[in-house]
Write a protein that binds this ligand. Structure first.
Ligand SMILES: [Zn+2]
Length: 435
């Protein structure tokens, strides 16, 4: 048994909407045994309870639950930071060419490793990941994640129209490949499958119907796609699906709007769509860096709260500009400022930990540090350079530390990332090489 001494913060409760009921132990103790969290509390209490545990003293640092990134694209790791496009031309000019390279499974293996290294380095221990249309790209990611016993949710992208021929599947192959990947990977180890139509414009009605059948057949698989990100996209959906009553209704018609469905963006939703998302138990992934970068718009957190819609924070790399979830909250804060309803640091932290885990129905495993969950946690070093040492007081409260790091921080604030009770990344060890 290992006992870590540090300041600790997490949301322990299973509340479906955010409350600021965070548990904070300034001089805390976190006890793990193999891959599981066994106890948490004030250090003196835990140390007295487990006198035989070996103690690691991380005083001055914070232990937090591993971060959850609820929407991103691993094949776009190389597409990050390209100039000057909005959604549809971005896909054409950068995304599709990058995804074509994943026909080569060696390339997929290489990028999967780089991608996971980037997550670990930034403290992200679970990602909801789009792969490419190639079945092997999905296998490459699940294999790499399995090597470190990391909880990954991923799926093969399905597209049978409006994309280059090299990236096109068909209704039958999308259904057969998705079903076979579910059988091989879903709930195997810590892997989980997500049915992944890229977005409505790249799927025929027949393909959406086939994926909807799978969603009913395998009721605990995830569904991930995009929704109402950009005005040109919405107009396109309207022309492709004239019978549908709006964008969300296209998915709804095929049983793709339910719990464990995660919709990227949701920037330009109608009041009816907000209401339907709230009653369905689906989740919207709020991707502020991407929304600003592609000029898509400002997410309406106020409407999400009013309609009791689950929201989870996400980077949307490669249109997102960072793998770092703290910085992602920093941009969410700026978006919310422009909407005159600033998103508090505690709510931001909730949306990348326990709030996301509850939205996804995974809070018995991840998102908090409760006894019985898996030991996925990060060690944060708030005062990692001259400026942060000046700005962040040694005894600063958690919300101040988190906020300052969301503006001033980056991967340098992540000292260690632990997954399933193993330290998978340590800042001082480098780990910056492309292996
Ligand atoms: Zn996306």
């Amino acid at each position: 048994m290992q006992l870590f001494r540090a300041s600790i913060a997490h949301f322990p409760k299973q509340t479906t909407q955010f409350t600021d009921d965070i548990a904070i132990f300034k001089d805390g103790g976190l006890l793990i045994d193999k891959k599981e969290i066994k106890d948490i509390g004030d250090f003196d209490t835990i140390a007295a309870r487990y006198p035989a545990a070996s103690v690691t003293d991380l005083t001055g640092k914070w232990i937090l639950p591993g971060l959850i990134d609820s929407h991103l694209h691993y094949p776009q790791t190389q597409s990050i930071a390209h100039y000057g496009e909005q959604l549809l031309t971005w896909l054409e000019n950068y995304t599709f060419p990058a995804e074509m390279q994943f026909a080569d499974s060696e390339h997929a293996n290489t990028i999967a490793k780089v991608f996971l290294n980037q997550l670990l380095k930034n403290g992200t221990t679970t990602g909801f990941v789009f792969t490419t249309v190639h079945k092997s790209s999905c296998q490459a990611l699940f294999n790499a994640a399995s090597d470190i016993d990391m909880a990954i949710v991923a799926g093969k992208v399905c597209m049978d129209r409006n994309c280059p021929s090299q990236l096109t599947d068909c209704t039958e192959s999308a259904q057969a490949d998705s079903a076979s990947l579910i059988e091989t990977w879903h709930n195997k180890g810590r892997n989980r499958y997500a049915l992944t139509p890229r977005f409505a414009p790249t799927s025929t009605e027949a393909q959406l119907a086939a994926l909807g059948e799978l969603a009913q057949q395998y009721s605990d698989v995830f569904i991930q796609t995009h929704l109402s990100e950009n005005l040109d996209e919405i107009a396109w959906v309207k022309s492709l699906f004239p019978q549908a009553d709006g964008y969300l209704d296209v998915y709804d018609k095929y049983n793709l709007v339910r719990e464990r469905a995660v919709f990227g963006h949701g920037i330009h939703l109608t009041p009816d769509e907000w209401g339907r998302l709230g009653e369905s138990g689906a989740t919207v992934a709020f991707c502020p860096t991407s929304n600003l970068f592609l000029g898509s718009g400002l997410f309406d957190m106020t409407a999400a709260r009013a309609n009791k819609v689950h929201v989870a924070m996400a980077t949307d790399v490669g249109a997102g500009t960072t793998f770092n979830m703290f910085k992602t909250y920093g941009d969410a804060y700026k978006v919310s400022q422009l909407r005159n309803d600033p998103l508090s640091p505690l709510e931001g932290f909730y949306l990348m930990t326990q709030g996301a885990a509850i939205a996804h129905g995974l809070d018995e495993e991840i998102g908090n540090l409760n006894p019985g969950t898996i030991a996925d946690f990060i060690v944060v070093e708030p005062r990692f350079d001259e400026l942060t040492s000046l700005r962040i007081q040694q005894d600063a409260d958690f919300d101040d530390v988190f906020f300052a790091l969301s503006i001033l921080g980056d991967d340098r604030a992540i000292a260690q990332t632990w997954i399933s009770g193993n330290c998978c990344y340590e800042k001082s060890s480098g780990n910056n090489e492309l292996q």
